[in-house]
Design a binder for this molecule. Structure first.
Ligand code: SAM
Ligand code: TMP
Length: 420
């Protein structure tokens, strides 16, 4: 069993546990230290009862699945006040409208088609499916985001997707032609139950499609901030291929996606029902060639992570000592890992601006930097802005051109620390 830690301070770290997917031994390769819940923004100081856990990462010695050592109970992360709203980015709204359009033109282009989404959040994808008059259902346990989806006309069941809830839907509504999940399957430690649920609910010729951050991009870009409580797994084509086989499915397609710093969309089907695309074999061979899951690659990654931490802390300390003003842009869940691992608090970054009302007026998890509305960024502009939301860089640069024109400089740390 994986550790469950319920109270701070955490117990001394236990050795890595058997792989959550295949049960073989795991080896820890990275320790990002004591971390808070990445999406828990305390209301005020002094902060009482903040929850911490140990963020350690291990790799399975058999199936190579990269996974966290310690598991945060799901109800602590996904609850009524979960503050992530998928529709907050224009680029992501377009991405999900396009995704829905592709399903409508393929798997859902049949009479009485039925689409199910795991983790539909505020309905950013299913809204388009519903507007096309296609039968659908979203699973979304976080109540306030689910209410936003319902208000947009999306059918939502307020439960975690797992074997029992999926089987219940199958009994009541029949088989699904597509089961889709974005940025959610990697959040779920109990994937065996999820796969049993998919098996119960999916039509014989249906597809299970999910997209999540790609560990190949994480290593290539040293984007260690993709690792946090909610991202329990970091997938590769190899580990997903093995997981699909173990749970009775076949990986039939992989597609690289540019969103969220580099993702892969995996398509799974029942064995023998779809001809696998050549992209699967090509990506498996590419991962093998670059030794993506090899222990020496992971050691190199861990060294690169420590170097980014040292460089970023040295830069921010120098800017403070020179009297420069520094604020951060985007109170992302990812930035909890960076701020807590590097030790970046209000002494180095005066505030973080963010467009999400549920985060504004609160403090960042663990490091307690105030979060202010987006308008605070230009009031007045700081000397430097630390780009926490680096995965939305194109969108942010396009709307913040005046910052550079006023002499402001962006600080980035992916793939390395630089000021430009
Ligand atoms: N799909 C959206 C996107 O890509 O922007 C939302 C992603 S958000 C990071 C993850 C969502 O999955 C949250 O809204 C959370 O409440 C939901 N979630 C977590 N575990 C789940 C489960 N077992 N079944 C259904 N939804 C789940
Ligand atoms: P994400 O990286 O998990 O999608 O989170 C992005 C965060 O950044 C979210 O809190 C919204 C915020 N944000 C802004 O403040 N301004 C922006 O222009 C964008 C795209 C996101």
């Amino acid at each position: 069993m994986t550790d469950r830690i319920d109270t701070a301070p955490p117990a001394p770290p236990a050795p890595p546990h058997p792989c959550r997917i295949c049960g073989a031994a795991t080896e820890e390769f990275l320790d990002l230290g004591r971390q808070p819940l990445s999406d828990a923004f305390p209301a005020r100081t002094p902060v009482a009862d903040e929850f911490f856990y140990r963020l350690r990462v291990a790799r399975c010695t058999a199936c190579t699945m990269v996974q966290l050592v310690d598991e945060v109970p799901r109800e602590r992360m996904f609850h009524e006040d979960y503050p992530y709203y998928s529709s907050g980015s224009a680029v992501m709204r377009e991405h999900f409208a396009r995704t829905a359009g592709e399903f409508l033109a393929s798997e859902l282009a049949r009479d009485s088609a039925f689409a199910v989404e795991i983790g539909c959040n505020d309905g950013v994808m299913l809204r388009t499916v519903g507007e096309a008059g296609v039968r659908h259902l979203g699973f979304e346990p976080s109540r306030k985001v689910a209410e936003v989806a319902r208000a947009a006309g999306v059918r939502v069941r307020g439960d975690f997707f797992e074997e029992a809830t999926a089987a219940d839907v199958r009994r009541a509504e029949g088989p699904a032609d597509v089961i889709y999940a974005a940025n959610t399957i990697c959040h779920i430690p109990y994937l065996e139950s999820v796969f049993r649920g998919v098996d119960a609910l999916l039509a014989p010729d249906g597809v299970f499609v999910f997209e999540d951050p790609y560990f190949g991009d994480v290593v290539e870009k040293t984007s260690f901030d993709q690792i946090y409580d909610e991202h329990f797994y970091l997938f590769t084509a190899r580990s997903v291929h093995a997981m699909a086989e173990r749970f009775g499915f076949e990986l039939v397609d992989v597609r690289r996606l540019p969103v969220h710093g580099g993702e892969i969309r995996y398509t799974l089907a029942r064995p023998g029902t779809r001809r696998p695309s050549p992209a699967v074999g090509e990506l498996l061979a590419h991962e093998e060639e670059r030794r993506l899951a090899a222990p020496d690659t992971l050691r190199g990654f861990a060294d690169a992570v420590a170097a980014v931490r040292d460089d970023l802390l040295a830069l921010l300390t120098r800017l403070r000592d020179e009297g420069r003003t520094v604020v951060a842009y985007g109170a992302t869940a990812k930035s909890a890992t960076v701020a807590n691992y590097c030790g970046i608090g209000p002494d180095l970054v005066s505030f973080v601006c963010d467009t999400t009302p549920a985060k504004q007026g609160r403090l960042t998890p663990g490091t307690h930097i105030p979060v202010r509305p987006a308008g605070a960024f230009a009031d007045p502009y700081p000397d430097c802005a630390l780009l926490f939301a680096w995965n939305h860089a194109d969108e942010i640069m396009a709307k913040e051109t005046a910052f550079r024109e006023a002499g402001g400089r962006w600080i980035r740390y992916v793939p390395e620390v630089r000021v430009d």
